[in-house]
Ligand binder design. Structure first.
Ligand SMILES: Nc1ncnc2c1ncn2[C@@H]1O[C@H](COP(=O)(O)OP(=O)(O)OP(=O)(O)O)[C@@H](O)[C@H]1O
Ligand SMILES: [Mg+2]
Length: 548
């Protein structure tokens, strides 16, 4: 892998990259940065968690001068949380250059955004709806924009933002650089690419298996009415450092978050019916570790990068394979390992097989965790907490007198067992009733297309630079910076942290030994837009779940 210095970047940008702890470039960065620096249009595809943000962010800021007083770069994202996160990363990358960037998204006070715009930011990172709002109010002008990035481009189209995006792109000068990025590139991307990109370079570092390499994938077959019990046991057994649980609808997310809280878990919900203040508060709590379990709709499926997420649990299967890839990609990021579990009701097995075929990855069937495994998991955590305290020896002296006395009178095993029982807390088996959801049905994916390239046979754009390039990157940015107290130790219980990528990138298609039906993955689907009415009822929420 190349170091960032080899790209000929200016010292202030290099300094910012070093400050972020990036030592080497990731494969997508190595391929995309030199091309993006030439100003060419680009379609960039790489697995989740492999640094696409910096792959477009670094070239984007390299083109801008601190003296510019106009908006010269625009990044669009499908969700507010992602806009905030990308703005943060671009802010960090451009820190020493002294560039100004601003996130513009629905749900935030528009007056505050207008005040921010008066500071003449050069870079805007926003969601399409609110951007258009500002454009109509003439508080944002795009006449001087030279670079446009659509992060999660396919999702924005899928959510029905095509028209909004078209209106926005039409306002940007023709002489510009346009880049699309995502881990998945379904064929509808081509429509947008043909319309708005000029001779795009296709930069793809997707090996055969599209899902990120360091994610261990399993499923549990479980009837709808037993799912909640399965979730409790799974969390107890696995004791995640941080987990994201995906539910299908807003109602589901509310009920799950409430149910988990009732049972004593530190959980909260995220979906599009919450106020933006509530959404921000939940994300903040999750990022700083004051909640361990984030329950969310697909609003959290794309792009979110929270360090310390060891587990993703699909309480409900996602509607389509792309969504599966992105959801599980919230773990196993930046060279770390992660675990993804999916609950599948008996009627949804076909849908699971579709996901396996399209992602070309076998998902291992595992039994429902037993009560004994759940209890053992909890005891393990208690033991770890106890040992962490023994090792640090923190303020134990004042307990030692009584400890000696007790040990003289009682059996030591009996004593320690009682202490551990107290420490573990009574298991709360509060009754939790969820409103049942209909099973997800596998939809036929007619036509031919490959999830990894979005190209139909014979079709497609030129300049394919792909070929699952090998290698990996080092530079573990945030090793164990999470939380205090005993939580630091939990790493061992959940996924272990690795120094960096080394496996997976070579495009080893046979890992997991899945051979069946590979053809089907290639054969399926000109993907019709899924019929996903948004709404508050039992249907999965879509567009209004994300932005307004
Ligand atoms: N060269 C690098 N070295 C080490 N860490 C990196 C490097 N580049 C990016 N990262 C870190 O890797 C993590 C994932 O990056 P990012 O969010 O850009 O992934 P992504 O490819 O956009 O994933 P997704 O498809 O889920 O949006 C971030 O925490 C980022 O700071
Ligand atoms: Mg991303």
């Amino acid at each position: 892998m190349k170091t960032f210095a080899e790209f000929g970047l200016e010292p202030k940008v290099l300094q910012a990259i070093t400050e972020l702890g990036f030592e080497e470039s990731t494969p997508i960065q190595e391929q995309a940065i030199p091309i993006a620096l030439t100003g060419a249009d680009m379609i960039g595809q790489a697995q989740t968690g492999t640094g696409k943000t910096a792959a477009f962010g670094i070239p984007l800021i390299s083109k801008i001068s601190r003296e510019d007083e106009k908006i010269t770069a625009l990044v669009m994202t499908p969700t507010r949380e992602l806009a905030i996160q990308v703005a943060e990363e671009i802010g960090k990358l451009s820190r020493f250059k002294g560039l100004r960037s601003l996130a513009i998204y629905g749900g935030q006070d528009i007056g505050r955004q207008i005040r921010g715009l008066k500071k003449k930011p050069q870079i805007i990172i926003g969601t399409p709806g609110r951007l258009l709002d500002h454009i109509n109010r003439k508080t944002i002008r795009l006449d001087d924009v030279q670079t446009i990035v659509l992060d999660e481009a396919d999702e924005m189209l899928d959510m029905g933002f095509m028209e909004d995006i078209q209106s926005i792109l039409k306002l940007v000068p023709e002489e510009r650089q346009t880049m699309l990025f995502s881990a998945t590139m379904p064929p509808n991307i081509q429509r947008l690419a043909q319309q708005f990109l000029k001779n795009p370079q296709h930069v793809s570092v997707i090996p055969k298996q599209i899902s990120a390499p360091l994610i261990d994938q399993a499923y549990i077959e479980v009837p709808e009415r037993q799912k909640f019990e399965a979730l409790s046991r799974l969390i107890d057994m696995e004791s995640p450092e941080l987990a994201i649980v995906f539910g299908r609808t807003k109602r589901r997310v509310d009920e799950l978050a409430e149910g988990l809280q009732k049972r004593g878990y530190s959980a909260d919900g995220l979906h599009g019916d919450l106020s933006q203040n509530q959404r921000d508060a939940v994300m903040r709590k999750f990022r700083d570790g004051s909640i361990d379990v984030l329950v969310a709709t697909d609003v959290a499926a794309r792009g979110l990068d929270v360090s310390g997420v060891t587990h993703v649990i699909n309480f409900d299967l996602p509607q389509d394979p792309e969504s599966y890839v992105h959801r599980i990609g919230r773990t196993g990021r930046a060279g770390k390992e992660g675990t993804a579990w999916s609950f599948v009701t008996p009627r949804e097995i076909d849908h699971l097989h579709l996901i396996e075929r399209v992602t070309r990855h076998r998902i291992t069937r595992k039994p429902l965790p037993t009560m004994a495994e759940a209890i053992e998991g909890k005891q393990r955590i208690t033991a770890e907490r106890l040992l962490a305290m023994v090792e640090t020896g923190d303020q134990l002296n004042e307990y030692k007198g009584i400890a000696i006395q007790l040990l003289e009178q009682y059996d030591s095993v009996q004593l320690l067992s009682a202490a551990m029982k107290l420490l573990t807390g009574e298991s709360k088996d509060a009754q939790v009733e969820l409103t049942p959801e209909d099973p997800i049905r596998a939809k036929r994916r007619g036509g031919k297309y490959d999830i990894r390239s979005g190209r139909k046979p014979n079709g497609g754009y030129g300049g394919n630079r792909s070929g699952g390039s090998g290698g990996g990157y080092r530079g573990n940015r945030e090793g164990g910076s999470y939380g205090g107290g005993y939580k630091g130790n939990r790493d061992n219980a959940g996924a272990t942290t690795r120094g960096g990528y080394s496996s997976g990138y070579g495009g080893n298609s046979s890992s997991g030994g899945y051979k069946g039906n590979r053809d089907d993955a290639g054969r399926s689907s000109e993907r019709k837009p899924y019929n996903r009415p948004s709404g508050t009822g039992t249907r999965p929420a879509k567009r209004e779940d994300f932005d307004n």
